[in-house]
Design a protein around this ligand. Sequence first.
Ligand code: CS2
Ligand code: MN
Length: 360
Amino acid sequence: MKTTFRWYGKGNDTVSLSDIRQIPSMHSVVWALHDLGPGEVWPVERIQEVKDQAAEYDLGIDVVESVNVHEAIKLGTADRDEYIENYKQTIRNLGEVGGVKVICYNFMPVFDWVRTDMAKEHEDGSTALFYENAKIEGVDPHELFEQVKRSSRGMTLPGWEPERLEKIEELLNAYNGVSEDDLFENLAYFLKEIVPVAEENGIKMAIHPDDPPFPVFNLPRIVHSKENLQRIVDAVDSPSNGLTLCSGALGSIKGNDIPDMIRTFKDRIPFAHIRNVKVYENGDFIETSHREQDGSVPILEIMKAYHEIGFEGYMRPDHGRHLWGEESRPGYGLYDRALGIMYMMGAWDMLEKLEKESSQ
Ligand code: CS2
Ligand code: MN
């Protein structure tokens, strides 16, 4: 297992490479060219620049999260092939620079992850991302945007940038009549095109689950259950068609058995996200510390399952709480994610030790 940490890039993150270097067990960073929009080709020089910056701190650039998929590809409109060509070129450019082994992406229409409050207070005074169903049902996305903005010191949800929100009606309308099957067909079309290029470049594609794993604003969602993950890995039978198994996204509904998913898809998980959430009776959920007892996700069982399958992929702590007055991107401060890593590593090291002892 290789431990990674998400880094938003120089000048774009409150966390620095030198901070990351000091976290025990760090192998590489999870990065992206966040200023480039979906559909743009990532230039070789820009990729090389990040590789050099990370190398100064002895860190690799093994995982990209994300190369975002243009809406035309998800919608299956006539211009999708042009954007698929651009996506292939980005994969080739990443291959040319070298060092990238995994590309995480998602296939959520219009929005990336959605929350209703970016700074909901826990009893201990820390704050975390919160999702409240009542605040979403029947609500206009603009209204939600304003409300979320108020709770987040000006930061906004990914995909909710003001210039994008201006076109939101248009985007939402474009999905009228797009069923889950249509969306799945469009994903399969995309995968058939790009997976061979990923293979040629020694890269594994890893789709991130929908977050939350149920429809929001009546948009179709297809990456949220064991059955659907199976359908996705079957669409193109290649190790380069893989999954980002996000315990927090999948764990935000009761009924997803994540340890079972890990055992089932063991050869197809190049990238693991470890996040805990507490799910309430009414379906609302709040992100918590990574410790198993603090939320509803069986983190220790999950670590056990990864250990059991001999997981050799990349693992990172996902969203953390905001602690000790730290000002950071929502969910991406240094402190709680670093605590999360130590919890994960503590569990992992103990599993290794017990295995060694039992084989002696
Ligand atoms: C989120 C997402 O769960 C997560 O890690 O931070 O923003 C995620 O990075 C994207 O959905 C992956 O494409
Ligand atoms: Mn995740």
